[in-house]
Design a protein around this ligand. Structure first.
Ligand code: FAD
Ligand code: 2HG
Ligand code: ZN
Length: 476
Protein backbone atom coordinates (compact mmCIF):
# COMPACT_ATOMS: atom_id res chain seq x y z
CA UNK A 1 0.00 0.00 0.00
CA UNK A 2 1.35 3.39 -0.96
CA UNK A 3 -1.09 6.14 0.05
CA UNK A 4 1.08 9.15 -0.82
CA UNK A 5 1.89 7.80 -4.31
CA UNK A 6 -1.81 7.09 -4.82
CA UNK A 7 -2.69 10.64 -3.78
CA UNK A 8 -0.20 12.06 -6.28
CA UNK A 9 -1.69 9.86 -9.00
CA UNK A 10 -5.23 11.09 -8.16
CA UNK A 11 -3.96 14.68 -8.26
CA UNK A 12 -2.41 14.08 -11.66
CA UNK A 13 -5.63 12.62 -13.04
CA UNK A 14 -8.42 14.67 -11.40
CA UNK A 15 -9.15 18.38 -11.05
CA UNK A 16 -8.38 19.82 -7.62
CA UNK A 17 -12.13 20.36 -7.07
CA UNK A 18 -12.62 16.60 -7.39
CA UNK A 19 -10.30 15.73 -4.49
CA UNK A 20 -11.22 16.65 -0.93
CA UNK A 21 -8.46 16.20 1.62
CA UNK A 22 -9.05 18.58 4.52
CA UNK A 23 -10.80 17.44 7.67
CA UNK A 24 -13.61 19.95 7.23
CA UNK A 25 -14.23 19.14 3.57
CA UNK A 26 -14.21 15.40 4.18
CA UNK A 27 -16.27 15.46 7.41
CA UNK A 28 -19.76 14.98 5.86
CA UNK A 29 -18.52 11.89 3.98
CA UNK A 30 -16.86 10.27 6.99
CA UNK A 31 -19.81 9.48 9.21
CA UNK A 32 -23.13 7.80 8.55
CA UNK A 33 -26.64 9.29 8.71
CA UNK A 34 -27.21 7.94 12.22
CA UNK A 35 -23.84 9.31 13.41
CA UNK A 36 -23.01 5.86 14.64
CA UNK A 37 -19.86 5.22 12.60
CA UNK A 38 -16.98 7.67 12.22
CA UNK A 39 -14.10 6.99 9.85
CA UNK A 40 -11.04 8.64 8.35
CA UNK A 41 -9.93 8.79 4.74
CA UNK A 42 -6.94 9.54 2.59
CA UNK A 43 -9.26 11.60 0.38
CA UNK A 44 -12.79 11.91 -0.88
CA UNK A 45 -12.88 11.64 -4.66
CA UNK A 46 -15.66 13.04 -6.83
CA UNK A 47 -15.46 11.58 -10.35
CA UNK A 48 -17.74 13.11 -12.95
CA UNK A 49 -17.98 10.22 -15.40
CA UNK A 50 -17.46 6.47 -15.72
CA UNK A 51 -14.02 6.47 -17.44
CA UNK A 52 -12.71 8.79 -14.73
CA UNK A 53 -14.02 6.44 -12.04
CA UNK A 54 -12.45 3.47 -13.84
CA UNK A 55 -9.08 5.25 -13.73
CA UNK A 56 -9.49 5.93 -10.02
CA UNK A 57 -10.03 2.21 -9.45
CA UNK A 58 -6.98 1.38 -11.58
CA UNK A 59 -4.87 3.73 -9.44
CA UNK A 60 -6.26 2.10 -6.29
CA UNK A 61 -5.40 -1.33 -7.68
CA UNK A 62 -1.88 -0.24 -8.49
CA UNK A 63 -1.20 1.25 -5.05
CA UNK A 64 -3.31 -1.14 -2.94
CA UNK A 65 -5.78 1.49 -1.79
CA UNK A 66 -9.28 0.47 -0.67
CA UNK A 67 -12.33 2.36 -1.96
CA UNK A 68 -15.62 3.02 -0.23
CA UNK A 69 -18.36 3.93 -2.71
CA UNK A 70 -20.87 6.47 -1.47
CA UNK A 71 -24.14 7.83 -2.85
CA UNK A 72 -26.47 9.93 -0.71
CA UNK A 73 -24.96 8.56 2.53
CA UNK A 74 -28.39 7.74 3.96
CA UNK A 75 -27.64 4.05 4.51
CA UNK A 76 -28.55 2.70 7.93
CA UNK A 77 -25.88 -0.01 8.30
CA UNK A 78 -22.63 1.98 8.04
CA UNK A 79 -21.79 0.57 4.60
CA UNK A 80 -20.69 3.91 3.14
CA UNK A 81 -18.41 4.93 6.01
CA UNK A 82 -14.66 4.22 5.66
CA UNK A 83 -12.66 2.59 8.45
CA UNK A 84 -10.49 4.65 10.80
CA UNK A 85 -7.12 3.88 9.20
CA UNK A 86 -7.09 7.02 7.03
CA UNK A 87 -5.80 4.93 4.12
CA UNK A 88 -9.10 4.34 2.29
CA UNK A 89 -10.66 6.67 -0.27
CA UNK A 90 -14.34 7.51 -0.30
CA UNK A 91 -15.62 7.67 -3.87
CA UNK A 92 -18.71 9.83 -4.00
CA UNK A 93 -20.91 9.23 -7.05
CA UNK A 94 -22.83 12.46 -6.48
CA UNK A 95 -21.45 14.26 -9.53
CA UNK A 96 -22.40 11.39 -11.83
CA UNK A 97 -26.02 12.44 -11.86
CA UNK A 98 -27.13 12.64 -15.49
CA UNK A 99 -30.32 11.13 -16.81
CA UNK A 100 -28.96 9.51 -19.95
CA UNK A 101 -32.32 8.85 -21.60
CA UNK A 102 -35.96 7.95 -21.18
CA UNK A 103 -37.47 5.43 -23.60
CA UNK A 104 -41.23 5.84 -23.66
CA UNK A 105 -41.96 2.82 -25.88
CA UNK A 106 -39.77 0.55 -23.79
CA UNK A 107 -40.94 2.19 -20.53
CA UNK A 108 -37.40 2.52 -19.20
CA UNK A 109 -35.14 5.27 -17.96
CA UNK A 110 -31.34 5.17 -18.03
CA UNK A 111 -29.70 7.08 -15.21
CA UNK A 112 -26.31 7.58 -13.66
CA UNK A 113 -25.65 6.22 -10.20
CA UNK A 114 -25.52 9.62 -8.51
CA UNK A 115 -29.05 10.61 -9.56
CA UNK A 116 -31.13 11.38 -6.52
CA UNK A 117 -34.11 9.01 -6.33
CA UNK A 118 -36.65 11.83 -6.25
CA UNK A 119 -35.15 13.36 -9.40
CA UNK A 120 -35.75 10.06 -11.21
CA UNK A 121 -39.34 9.89 -9.95
CA UNK A 122 -39.89 13.45 -11.20
CA UNK A 123 -38.32 12.81 -14.60
CA UNK A 124 -40.60 9.81 -15.07
CA UNK A 125 -43.66 11.74 -13.86
CA UNK A 126 -42.94 14.48 -16.40
CA UNK A 127 -43.69 11.81 -19.06
CA UNK A 128 -46.73 10.57 -17.15
CA UNK A 129 -44.82 7.47 -16.08
CA UNK A 130 -44.10 6.10 -12.64
CA UNK A 131 -40.79 5.04 -11.13
CA UNK A 132 -42.23 3.33 -8.07
CA UNK A 133 -39.25 3.03 -5.71
CA UNK A 134 -40.15 5.27 -2.78
CA UNK A 135 -38.62 5.73 0.66
CA UNK A 136 -38.28 8.35 3.36
CA UNK A 137 -34.78 9.32 2.24
CA UNK A 138 -35.77 9.75 -1.43
CA UNK A 139 -34.83 13.45 -1.46
CA UNK A 140 -31.17 12.58 -0.79
CA UNK A 141 -30.44 8.91 -1.47
CA UNK A 142 -29.03 8.06 -4.91
CA UNK A 143 -30.07 5.29 -7.26
CA UNK A 144 -26.59 3.71 -7.11
CA UNK A 145 -26.99 3.41 -3.34
CA UNK A 146 -30.55 2.14 -3.74
CA UNK A 147 -29.38 -0.61 -6.07
CA UNK A 148 -26.26 -1.37 -4.03
CA UNK A 149 -28.48 -1.93 -0.97
CA UNK A 150 -31.43 -3.40 -2.89
CA UNK A 151 -33.60 -0.82 -1.13
CA UNK A 152 -37.22 -1.59 -0.34
CA UNK A 153 -39.49 1.20 0.88
CA UNK A 154 -43.22 1.67 0.70
CA UNK A 155 -44.24 0.29 -2.72
CA UNK A 156 -42.62 -3.15 -2.56
CA UNK A 157 -45.97 -4.82 -2.05
CA UNK A 158 -46.98 -3.92 -5.60
CA UNK A 159 -43.74 -3.22 -7.52
CA UNK A 160 -40.98 -5.11 -5.69
CA UNK A 161 -37.59 -4.04 -4.32
CA UNK A 162 -34.97 -2.01 -6.19
CA UNK A 163 -33.75 -5.28 -7.73
CA UNK A 164 -37.12 -5.88 -9.35
CA UNK A 165 -37.06 -2.42 -10.90
CA UNK A 166 -33.68 -2.70 -12.60
CA UNK A 167 -33.11 -4.17 -16.06
CA UNK A 168 -29.50 -3.29 -16.71
CA UNK A 169 -26.35 -1.94 -15.09
CA UNK A 170 -23.06 -0.32 -15.92
CA UNK A 171 -20.38 -1.27 -13.38
CA UNK A 172 -16.72 -0.47 -12.80
CA UNK A 173 -15.06 -3.68 -11.68
CA UNK A 174 -12.37 -4.09 -9.04
CA UNK A 175 -9.81 -4.14 -11.88
CA UNK A 176 -11.00 -0.75 -13.13
CA UNK A 177 -12.76 -2.19 -16.20
CA UNK A 178 -16.13 -0.91 -17.36
CA UNK A 179 -18.82 -3.58 -17.75
CA UNK A 180 -21.59 -2.22 -19.96
CA UNK A 181 -24.69 -4.20 -19.10
CA UNK A 182 -27.07 -1.33 -19.79
CA UNK A 183 -29.76 -3.38 -21.52
CA UNK A 184 -33.43 -2.57 -21.25
CA UNK A 185 -34.58 -6.17 -21.72
CA UNK A 186 -37.32 -7.89 -19.75
CA UNK A 187 -36.01 -11.28 -20.85
CA UNK A 188 -32.31 -12.10 -21.05
CA UNK A 189 -31.25 -15.63 -20.12
CA UNK A 190 -27.65 -15.40 -21.20
CA UNK A 191 -25.93 -17.29 -18.42
CA UNK A 192 -25.16 -16.01 -14.94
CA UNK A 193 -27.03 -12.88 -13.96
CA UNK A 194 -24.25 -10.40 -13.28
CA UNK A 195 -26.74 -7.59 -12.73
CA UNK A 196 -28.30 -9.42 -9.83
CA UNK A 197 -24.89 -10.15 -8.39
CA UNK A 198 -24.01 -6.47 -8.15
CA UNK A 199 -27.44 -5.43 -6.88
CA UNK A 200 -27.45 -5.71 -3.08
CA UNK A 201 -23.67 -6.18 -2.90
CA UNK A 202 -23.19 -2.86 -1.05
CA UNK A 203 -20.17 -1.77 -3.06
CA UNK A 204 -18.16 -4.90 -2.28
CA UNK A 205 -18.14 -6.45 -5.77
CA UNK A 206 -18.18 -3.47 -8.15
CA UNK A 207 -19.12 0.18 -8.37
CA UNK A 208 -22.47 0.80 -10.06
CA UNK A 209 -22.16 3.78 -12.40
CA UNK A 210 -25.47 3.69 -14.30
CA UNK A 211 -28.68 1.69 -14.54
CA UNK A 212 -31.65 1.03 -16.79
CA UNK A 213 -34.81 1.15 -14.69
CA UNK A 214 -38.35 -0.02 -15.33
CA UNK A 215 -41.15 2.53 -15.54
CA UNK A 216 -44.87 1.93 -15.13
CA UNK A 217 -48.07 3.68 -16.19
CA UNK A 218 -48.89 6.52 -13.80
CA UNK A 219 -52.07 5.73 -11.84
CA UNK A 220 -54.88 8.24 -12.45
CA UNK A 221 -55.45 8.65 -8.75
CA UNK A 222 -54.32 7.53 -5.33
CA UNK A 223 -56.38 7.17 -2.20
CA UNK A 224 -54.62 7.16 1.12
CA UNK A 225 -56.32 6.12 4.30
CA UNK A 226 -55.49 5.63 7.95
CA UNK A 227 -57.13 2.69 9.63
CA UNK A 228 -57.20 1.78 13.33
CA UNK A 229 -56.81 -1.93 14.07
CA UNK A 230 -56.93 -3.76 17.39
CA UNK A 231 -54.25 -6.39 16.87
CA UNK A 232 -51.66 -7.89 14.52
CA UNK A 233 -53.95 -10.76 13.44
CA UNK A 234 -56.68 -8.19 12.61
CA UNK A 235 -54.13 -6.10 10.67
CA UNK A 236 -53.11 -9.14 8.63
CA UNK A 237 -56.76 -9.95 7.95
CA UNK A 238 -57.20 -6.36 6.77
CA UNK A 239 -54.19 -6.74 4.47
CA UNK A 240 -55.59 -9.91 2.98
CA UNK A 241 -59.02 -8.37 2.55
CA UNK A 242 -57.44 -5.51 0.58
CA UNK A 243 -55.32 -7.94 -1.44
CA UNK A 244 -58.37 -10.02 -2.29
CA UNK A 245 -60.69 -7.14 -3.21
CA UNK A 246 -58.27 -4.59 -4.60
CA UNK A 247 -55.59 -6.98 -5.95
CA UNK A 248 -52.88 -4.95 -7.68
CA UNK A 249 -54.48 -1.59 -6.81
CA UNK A 250 -53.13 -1.97 -3.26
CA UNK A 251 -49.75 -0.22 -3.40
CA UNK A 252 -48.88 0.48 0.23
CA UNK A 253 -49.67 -1.08 3.60
CA UNK A 254 -47.67 0.43 6.47
CA UNK A 255 -48.14 -0.37 10.14
CA UNK A 256 -47.39 1.96 13.07
CA UNK A 257 -47.80 1.02 16.73
CA UNK A 258 -49.22 3.41 19.31
CA UNK A 259 -45.74 3.68 20.90
CA UNK A 260 -44.09 4.69 17.62
CA UNK A 261 -46.69 7.39 16.95
CA UNK A 262 -46.60 8.66 20.54
CA UNK A 263 -42.84 9.18 20.12
CA UNK A 264 -43.41 10.97 16.80
CA UNK A 265 -45.97 13.28 18.43
CA UNK A 266 -43.58 13.93 21.31
CA UNK A 267 -40.77 15.00 18.97
CA UNK A 268 -43.00 16.66 16.34
CA UNK A 269 -46.06 17.95 18.21
CA UNK A 270 -47.69 19.14 14.98
CA UNK A 271 -47.99 15.49 13.91
CA UNK A 272 -51.17 14.29 15.56
CA UNK A 273 -52.86 11.08 14.60
CA UNK A 274 -56.10 12.12 12.86
CA UNK A 275 -57.68 8.92 14.19
CA UNK A 276 -57.61 10.56 17.65
CA UNK A 277 -55.97 8.82 20.58
CA UNK A 278 -53.47 6.40 19.09
CA UNK A 279 -55.12 3.01 18.62
CA UNK A 280 -52.98 -0.10 19.21
CA UNK A 281 -52.12 -0.13 15.51
CA UNK A 282 -52.53 2.56 12.87
CA UNK A 283 -52.32 1.30 9.31
CA UNK A 284 -51.58 3.56 6.38
CA UNK A 285 -53.09 2.11 3.24
CA UNK A 286 -52.38 3.43 -0.24
CA UNK A 287 -54.49 2.47 -3.16
CA UNK A 288 -53.61 3.43 -6.74
CA UNK A 289 -56.22 3.28 -9.46
CA UNK A 290 -55.91 3.35 -13.24
CA UNK A 291 -59.62 3.78 -13.95
CA UNK A 292 -61.21 6.78 -12.26
CA UNK A 293 -61.43 8.61 -8.94
CA UNK A 294 -64.99 7.38 -8.46
CA UNK A 295 -64.04 3.75 -9.08
CA UNK A 296 -61.21 3.97 -6.57
CA UNK A 297 -63.21 5.75 -3.91
CA UNK A 298 -66.11 3.30 -4.14
CA UNK A 299 -63.79 0.34 -3.87
CA UNK A 300 -61.82 1.72 -0.90
CA UNK A 301 -65.01 2.70 0.90
CA UNK A 302 -66.61 -0.68 0.39
CA UNK A 303 -63.52 -2.56 1.60
CA UNK A 304 -63.21 -0.33 4.65
CA UNK A 305 -66.92 -0.74 5.42
CA UNK A 306 -66.50 -4.50 5.31
CA UNK A 307 -63.42 -4.29 7.56
CA UNK A 308 -65.34 -2.23 10.12
CA UNK A 309 -68.24 -4.65 10.02
CA UNK A 310 -65.91 -7.62 10.51
CA UNK A 311 -64.34 -5.87 13.50
CA UNK A 312 -60.84 -6.04 12.03
CA UNK A 313 -60.81 -2.23 11.91
CA UNK A 314 -62.27 0.10 14.52
CA UNK A 315 -61.99 3.43 12.71
CA UNK A 316 -60.86 4.71 9.31
CA UNK A 317 -60.26 8.00 7.55
CA UNK A 318 -59.73 8.52 3.82
CA UNK A 319 -57.60 11.55 2.98
CA UNK A 320 -59.77 14.19 1.36
CA UNK A 321 -56.93 15.92 -0.49
CA UNK A 322 -53.39 15.29 -1.64
CA UNK A 323 -52.25 17.63 1.13
CA UNK A 324 -53.96 15.50 3.76
CA UNK A 325 -52.58 12.30 2.22
CA UNK A 326 -49.12 13.87 2.49
CA UNK A 327 -49.65 14.54 6.20
CA UNK A 328 -50.50 10.84 6.69
CA UNK A 329 -47.27 9.87 4.95
CA UNK A 330 -45.27 12.44 6.90
CA UNK A 331 -46.48 10.96 10.15
CA UNK A 332 -45.22 7.56 8.98
CA UNK A 333 -41.89 8.84 7.62
CA UNK A 334 -41.18 10.91 10.74
CA UNK A 335 -40.91 7.89 13.04
CA UNK A 336 -37.26 7.40 12.03
CA UNK A 337 -36.55 11.12 12.54
CA UNK A 338 -38.34 11.11 15.90
CA UNK A 339 -36.24 8.15 17.02
CA UNK A 340 -33.06 9.90 15.90
CA UNK A 341 -34.03 13.02 17.83
CA UNK A 342 -34.94 11.07 20.94
CA UNK A 343 -31.48 9.44 21.11
CA UNK A 344 -29.58 6.54 19.60
CA UNK A 345 -31.63 3.38 19.23
CA UNK A 346 -30.92 -0.23 18.36
CA UNK A 347 -32.36 -0.94 14.92
CA UNK A 348 -33.62 -4.31 13.72
CA UNK A 349 -34.79 -4.29 10.14
CA UNK A 350 -36.31 -7.75 9.91
CA UNK A 351 -38.80 -9.81 7.91
CA UNK A 352 -40.99 -12.50 9.38
CA UNK A 353 -43.51 -14.65 7.49
CA UNK A 354 -46.87 -12.94 8.07
CA UNK A 355 -48.32 -16.16 9.49
CA UNK A 356 -45.71 -16.07 12.29
CA UNK A 357 -45.65 -12.33 12.92
CA UNK A 358 -48.03 -12.12 15.87
CA UNK A 359 -46.31 -14.95 17.74
CA UNK A 360 -42.90 -13.49 16.92
CA UNK A 361 -43.82 -10.09 18.36
CA UNK A 362 -45.43 -11.50 21.53
CA UNK A 363 -42.55 -13.89 22.19
CA UNK A 364 -39.81 -11.32 21.47
CA UNK A 365 -41.50 -8.54 23.45
CA UNK A 366 -41.86 -10.93 26.40
CA UNK A 367 -38.20 -11.98 26.45
CA UNK A 368 -36.97 -8.41 26.04
CA UNK A 369 -39.26 -7.03 28.71
CA UNK A 370 -38.29 -9.80 31.12
CA UNK A 371 -34.64 -8.78 30.79
CA UNK A 372 -35.16 -5.01 30.38
CA UNK A 373 -38.49 -4.18 32.03
CA UNK A 374 -38.77 -0.54 30.97
CA UNK A 375 -37.22 -0.83 27.52
CA UNK A 376 -39.07 0.97 24.72
CA UNK A 377 -40.01 -1.10 21.69
CA UNK A 378 -40.68 1.11 18.69
CA UNK A 379 -42.24 -1.19 16.19
CA UNK A 380 -43.42 -0.09 12.75
CA UNK A 381 -42.83 -0.97 9.15
CA UNK A 382 -43.88 -2.26 5.80
CA UNK A 383 -46.35 -4.83 7.12
CA UNK A 384 -47.52 -5.69 3.62
CA UNK A 385 -44.04 -7.16 3.07
CA UNK A 386 -43.74 -8.76 6.54
CA UNK A 387 -40.99 -6.16 7.16
CA UNK A 388 -40.82 -4.81 10.70
CA UNK A 389 -38.57 -2.10 12.00
CA UNK A 390 -38.33 -3.56 15.49
CA UNK A 391 -36.31 -0.80 17.11
CA UNK A 392 -35.32 -0.83 20.74
CA UNK A 393 -34.65 2.30 22.77
CA UNK A 394 -33.35 2.79 26.29
CA UNK A 395 -35.92 3.22 29.08
CA UNK A 396 -37.07 6.83 29.58
CA UNK A 397 -34.59 8.66 31.78
CA UNK A 398 -31.71 6.31 30.91
CA UNK A 399 -28.72 7.55 28.91
CA UNK A 400 -29.19 5.89 25.53
CA UNK A 401 -25.45 5.76 24.73
CA UNK A 402 -24.68 3.98 28.01
CA UNK A 403 -27.66 1.63 27.64
CA UNK A 404 -26.78 0.76 24.05
CA UNK A 405 -23.13 0.17 24.77
CA UNK A 406 -23.89 -2.17 27.64
CA UNK A 407 -26.77 -4.06 26.03
CA UNK A 408 -26.51 -3.88 22.26
CA UNK A 409 -25.12 -7.39 21.75
CA UNK A 410 -27.57 -8.98 24.12
CA UNK A 411 -30.58 -7.14 22.58
CA UNK A 412 -29.47 -8.10 19.05
CA UNK A 413 -28.94 -11.71 20.12
CA UNK A 414 -32.40 -11.95 21.65
CA UNK A 415 -34.10 -10.46 18.58
CA UNK A 416 -32.04 -12.27 15.96
CA UNK A 417 -32.45 -15.53 17.88
CA UNK A 418 -36.22 -15.07 17.65
CA UNK A 419 -35.95 -14.13 13.97
CA UNK A 420 -34.24 -17.49 13.35
CA UNK A 421 -36.79 -19.34 15.40
CA UNK A 422 -39.68 -17.85 13.42
CA UNK A 423 -38.07 -18.31 9.99
CA UNK A 424 -37.30 -14.65 9.26
CA UNK A 425 -34.42 -12.55 7.96
CA UNK A 426 -32.09 -10.29 9.97
CA UNK A 427 -31.98 -7.78 7.11
CA UNK A 428 -35.12 -7.04 5.17
CA UNK A 429 -34.11 -3.95 3.21
CA UNK A 430 -31.23 -2.00 4.79
CA UNK A 431 -28.43 -4.48 4.05
CA UNK A 432 -25.52 -5.68 6.19
CA UNK A 433 -22.82 -2.97 5.98
CA UNK A 434 -20.75 -2.98 9.18
CA UNK A 435 -23.76 -3.18 11.49
CA UNK A 436 -24.57 -6.83 10.85
CA UNK A 437 -21.15 -7.95 9.60
CA UNK A 438 -20.66 -10.41 12.44
CA UNK A 439 -24.26 -11.64 12.56
CA UNK A 440 -24.41 -12.73 8.94
CA UNK A 441 -22.57 -16.06 9.07
CA UNK A 442 -24.77 -17.50 11.79
CA UNK A 443 -27.89 -16.31 10.00
CA UNK A 444 -26.96 -17.19 6.44
CA UNK A 445 -25.25 -20.49 7.28
CA UNK A 446 -21.63 -21.46 6.69
CA UNK A 447 -22.16 -22.79 3.16
CA UNK A 448 -23.90 -19.66 1.85
CA UNK A 449 -21.43 -17.42 3.66
CA UNK A 450 -18.46 -19.33 2.19
CA UNK A 451 -20.00 -19.10 -1.31
CA UNK A 452 -20.34 -15.36 -0.85
CA UNK A 453 -16.68 -15.16 0.19
CA UNK A 454 -15.70 -17.19 -2.90
CA UNK A 455 -17.56 -14.74 -5.15
CA UNK A 456 -15.94 -11.79 -3.39
CA UNK A 457 -12.44 -13.24 -3.84
CA UNK A 458 -13.08 -14.04 -7.50
CA UNK A 459 -14.31 -10.55 -8.35
CA UNK A 460 -12.11 -8.54 -6.01
CA UNK A 461 -8.98 -10.61 -5.27
CA UNK A 462 -7.12 -7.62 -3.80
CA UNK A 463 -10.06 -6.86 -1.48
CA UNK A 464 -10.07 -3.18 -2.36
CA UNK A 465 -13.83 -2.70 -2.80
CA UNK A 466 -15.45 -1.70 0.48
CA UNK A 467 -13.46 -4.20 2.55
CA UNK A 468 -14.86 -5.44 5.83
CA UNK A 469 -18.42 -4.62 4.84
CA UNK A 470 -20.96 -7.43 4.35
CA UNK A 471 -18.13 -10.00 4.68
CA UNK A 472 -15.36 -9.70 7.26
CA UNK A 473 -11.98 -9.26 5.60
CA UNK A 474 -10.69 -12.50 7.08
CA UNK A 475 -13.57 -14.45 5.46
CA UNK A 476 -12.03 -13.99 2.01
P1 FAD B 1 -25.22 5.20 0.71
O1 FAD B 1 -25.66 5.33 2.12
O2 FAD B 1 -24.33 6.24 0.19
O3 FAD B 1 -24.52 3.77 0.53
C1 FAD B 1 -25.15 2.60 0.96
C2 FAD B 1 -24.29 1.38 0.55
O4 FAD B 1 -24.24 1.28 -0.87
C3 FAD B 1 -22.86 1.46 1.00
O5 FAD B 1 -22.39 0.16 1.26
C4 FAD B 1 -22.12 2.04 -0.20
O6 FAD B 1 -20.77 1.67 -0.23
C5 FAD B 1 -22.90 1.41 -1.34
N1 FAD B 1 -22.97 2.23 -2.55
C6 FAD B 1 -23.47 3.48 -2.68
N2 FAD B 1 -23.42 3.86 -3.96
C7 FAD B 1 -22.88 2.84 -4.65
C8 FAD B 1 -22.57 2.63 -6.02
N3 FAD B 1 -22.83 3.55 -6.94
N4 FAD B 1 -22.02 1.45 -6.38
C9 FAD B 1 -21.76 0.49 -5.46
N5 FAD B 1 -22.02 0.65 -4.16
C10 FAD B 1 -22.59 1.80 -3.76
N6 FAD B 1 -34.04 1.98 3.08
C11 FAD B 1 -35.00 1.14 2.61
O7 FAD B 1 -34.66 0.13 1.99
N7 FAD B 1 -36.32 1.42 2.79
C12 FAD B 1 -36.76 2.52 3.44
O8 FAD B 1 -37.95 2.71 3.59
C13 FAD B 1 -35.78 3.43 3.93
N8 FAD B 1 -36.14 4.57 4.55
C14 FAD B 1 -35.18 5.41 5.03
C15 FAD B 1 -35.58 6.57 5.70
C16 FAD B 1 -34.62 7.44 6.20
C17 FAD B 1 -35.06 8.70 6.89
C18 FAD B 1 -33.24 7.14 6.05
C19 FAD B 1 -32.19 8.06 6.57
C20 FAD B 1 -32.85 5.99 5.40
C21 FAD B 1 -33.81 5.11 4.90
N9 FAD B 1 -33.44 3.94 4.22
C22 FAD B 1 -34.41 3.10 3.73
C23 FAD B 1 -32.03 3.57 4.10
C24 FAD B 1 -31.30 4.22 2.87
O9 FAD B 1 -31.96 5.36 2.43
C25 FAD B 1 -31.22 3.22 1.73
O10 FAD B 1 -30.38 2.15 2.14
C26 FAD B 1 -30.67 3.79 0.43
O11 FAD B 1 -30.84 2.83 -0.59
C27 FAD B 1 -29.21 4.20 0.50
O12 FAD B 1 -28.88 5.00 -0.62
P2 FAD B 1 -27.66 6.03 -0.56
O13 FAD B 1 -27.48 6.60 -1.90
O14 FAD B 1 -27.85 6.97 0.55
O15 FAD B 1 -26.48 5.01 -0.25
C1 2HG C 1 -38.47 3.25 7.18
O1 2HG C 1 -39.18 2.32 6.79
C2 2HG C 1 -36.99 3.11 7.05
O2 2HG C 1 -38.94 4.31 7.59
C3 2HG C 1 -36.22 3.40 8.34
O3 2HG C 1 -36.64 1.88 6.54
C4 2HG C 1 -36.52 2.43 9.43
O4 2HG C 1 -35.75 3.87 11.17
C5 2HG C 1 -35.87 2.74 10.78
O5 2HG C 1 -35.52 1.78 11.47
ZN1 ZN D 1 -38.29 0.66 5.99
Amino acid sequence: MNPSAALSAFQARLKSTQILCTTDDMAPFLCDWRKRYFGNALAVLLPSNTPELAEIVQICTEFGIALVPQGGNTGLCGGATPDQSGTQVVVSLKRMNQIRGLDIDNQTITVEAGCVLQTIQEAAAAQDLLFPLSLGAEGSCCIGGNLATNAGGTNVLRYGNARDLCLGLEVVTAQGKIWNGLRGLRKDNTGYDLRDLFIGSEGTLGIITAAVLKLYPMPVCQWTSLVATPSIPATIQLLNLFKQKATTLLTGFEMMTAESLALTEKQFPQMRNPLGENPPFTVLIEFSDHESEAHARNLVESILAEALELGIASNAIIASSIAQANTFWQMREHITLAQAQEGANLKHDITIPLSALDNFISATDAVLRAKYPQVRIINFGHLGDGNLHYNVAAPVGTDSAIFNQANETSVHDIIYGMVEKFGGSISAEHGIGQLKLHDLRAHKGAIAHDLMATIKTALDPLNILNPNKVLPTNAN
